[in-house]
Each structure stands twice: as C-alpha cells, then as structure tokens.
Write a new protein. Sequence first.
Length: 535
Amino acid sequence: MANIKADEVTKILREQIEGYQQKLAVEEVGTVISVGDGIARIHGLDKCMAGEMIAFPGDVYGIALNLEEDQVGVVLLGAYEEIREGDTVKRTNNIMSVPVGDAMIGRVVNALGQPIDGKGPIATKDRYPVEKIAPGVVDRQPVREPMQTGIKSIDAMIPIGRGQRELIIGDRQTGKTAVILDTILNQRGGDMICIYCAIGQKRSTIAQVVKTLTEAGAMEHTIIVAATASEAASMQYIAPFAACAIGEYFRDTKRHALCAYDDLSKHAQAYREISLLLRRPPGREAFPGDVFFLHSRLLERAAKLNDELGAGSLTALPVIETQAGDISAYIPTNVISITDGQIFLEADLFNSGFRPAVNVGLSVSRVGGNAQIKAMRQVSGTLRLDLAQYRDLAAFAQFGTDQLDKSTQNQLARGARLTEILKQDQYQPLSVEKEALIIWAGSNKYLDELPVSECRRFEGELYPFVETNYGGLLKMLREKKQFDDAVKAEAKKALDDFLGRFKAGLESAKASTPAVDKAAAATPPPPAPVPAAAH
C-alpha cells in the first residue's frame, strides 16, 4: 500500500485552487419546430443574422433565410434526413462562406467549396462570404480591355471586355455552353482564371465538360463549381454565389477572372422552390418578388477595379435558357436589363448549319468598340452593316434573283461569303490576329471570286499557309494591333499569293473531275439558308 503524505496532498490542492479559472461557454441554441422538403423552422435563435450558418446534429448545416418574430426559417445544406423535430441547433456566428485561393485551380468543387473530383482535400487559407456587396462606382473603371472569346462573330460584332457582364441567351441545344467552353479554351496561356458554374445540370453533362477541358489542357486555369440536378435546391441556389466569391478572390488580388453561370434559369427555379417552401408570397409566374434582386446582386459583383485597388477584373457570362425563342419572358427580360448586352443564339440558324448560331440582329454589346483592339475595329466596322443589308436583301431575294440589278447581286454574293466565314467549328477558338485577317480578306473582296462552298476550305488552308510563308504578318498584327500601311501591304501580298495558288488548285481539281450527267449538272443548287432572317 502506497504511503499518502498529507502535506503533499495539501500542496497539490492549494496549487489547483490558486490556478482555478472559471470559464463560461455561452452558446445560443434553438429547437427544431418542424423539418421537411429541405426547410427547417427553428425556435429560440433570437439574435440570428440573415444568411448565418446554423449547425444541426450530424454535421449538417443550414442558412438562415427567413427571420420571423417567433421563428427562423432555415434552408438545409446536405443530407437532412436524420434531423428530427425537437433537435437542438446552434448558431455559428458566421455568415455562409466558401474556401478561396490558388489551390482551387484545376479542381471540381460543390457549392460549399468541397472537392468532388476525388483528388483529395484542397489546402486553402482564406474564406470569402458568398454574399458580398458589389464594388461601388468610385472603385470601378470603365471596361476597356478586350476579353477575346476566340469566336469570330462574337469578337468582331459583339465584343466582350474584362469586367463586363454579357448574357448568353437561347433555346436548349443551340450551343450556349459551347460558346462558354470555347471562351475558356481560348484563355490558354493567358492571365485569365476561368470559373465554370454548372447549376442544375446532369452529372453526365458536367463530366463531359471536365473531360473536354482536361483533354484540351484548359483545366490548368479553370475551376468548376457544380450543383447537379440531383442535389437539393439550396445547393443550386448557393452555387453561383460561391463561384462568384471564388472569382472575387482573383479580382481582389490584382488578377483577372471569368465566371460563367450555366444557367440562371435553373437558378431562379431553385430559388422559387426555396421561397415557396419558406411561405414567401409568390409574384409573377410564382417567382418571389426579389428574384430580380437575386440576379442583380450576383451580376453587379462583376467589375473592373480601378488602379488604386489593383486593376483586377471579374467578367460574368450568365446563361439564360428561353422557351421557343421568347426573350420577352420574365427571367430573360430581368437578366437582359441587368447585363451589358446579350448574345442571342437562334435555333433556326443552328438547325440550318450556321454555327455558332448568333443572331446578329438581336445580339448587342453595350461596351462596343471599347473592348476591341484597333485592328478588329477596322475590319468589323462595316461587317455588321454588310450583314444587316444582306439579311434584308436575302429576305426579298429568296423568291428569285433574276430581276435584281448587278450591285444588289454583288451585295448578296458578298453577304453569303461573309456569313460563310463567320461559321466556326466547336472547340477551335482562333487568335485575334487570325480572326482579323480572315474578316479583312472577306471585306476586301478576296472571297468574291470563289464559290460559297469553298470559303470554309479557303479559311482552313489560309492560316497554315500564312504561318509557314508569312509568319511576320501575324507577328506584326499581334504587336501593332492595327492595320497600318505596312500590315496592309504584307496582308495584300500574302492573300494575293495564297488566292492565286488556291484558285489554281480549284481549276486543276475541276479539270480532273470526270464529266457528270448533264441533267444532274443542270439542276440548280438549293438556296443558301438566310442567317437571322429580319424580324
């Protein structure tokens, strides 16, 4: 038996008493009154803040959206099946936030910023609140820097600048996501970080996007934030705000980011679902009264900051899906009025083979030539007018061109060729100097002598020819960013040389083709589709 000495016990007790400090841990807790459909009603959280994270049993969190007199309406994030009436919940005293930082680049995350790509945890130090007040007027500067998409028709006629918000709108299956993916691919090797936010899309679609970007080497500058169709409406609601917060980190650290929200129609539907479950009064088309504010507070966060704040930028490309081309519906008109222009993709154009199916008549950029290099302004100045006149003439000429005078026929022929060179294959964005060169060739009558069917082949063979034989031309265009006399002379020399070879190739191909049946040869070709027929 051990000897217990009374003085040692006394000494230990005295030390314990002297070192005793009373610590009080005060936590504000509440009780679940009811739970269902992803919504919990809590009693007892008197000091709860709007948008605060609330901790539930089983490591489940929710966001306080409704602050009522006697209860708080909380929208639940994650698996809420285990939560029961009477459960105790705690305030976290933190507003909903997501992890941000360079470690996010190349990863696929959910709406809470947690990785879902199976590549392990993401080591980030900073967190940004998902809801943040947009930069004020004094903190911004005008949009002047081009944000090249690599798509000829957009860069020439509907230019997008860094810090701009350009809406991509159209029916389903008209190539809206394709425009975004081409834009992301075109940022390879540049200084733009791209965030692609998928809202309410199928998992297979998102997996296809990841595969496309990975194979093209574009995931090195891309972050994907995904809230799939199988996830709760709360996750779809929070996803674009989380993506925006991730983009704001790069904007605030003097860099440039592009955030694409695909698409905000599903976002509005998720918010409508949450609002109706929270018993908020419905308005037009059962959307809540603040659905305009929902999208405006998100898109206003895109900005080009002034030089004192580091001149970083966040560019937004929201997507809206229309029903049967109706751009005058509730959500489309809301988002059109918030953004700095829209790219309208038309199903009829898409089905007639004109891709990207941009309707030049209804598409507009409210930044205009400020977001273009001088070379693009020079070549695209007359392009929009030429195409508009061609559309008007083509609408009349589809009944027959025999009675038209020579100048009108020339205008129709020119319009058909310009339309042809604005077509572009998916996942093949072009550098701005190549875009400027082919449009300059079209505007300066180099295509007028070619059959319309050969214009795409002419363009496809022109780029490698110029790179091989006239590499200095593209370098001059890249550096000078304008068509001055020296560039024009070099471009004329290169195009004259190539056109001569191309026509010679056509002649020899024609000569080697065996004679066809006379009756078949006499059959007139079908009329070319009219792009974006005048509305």
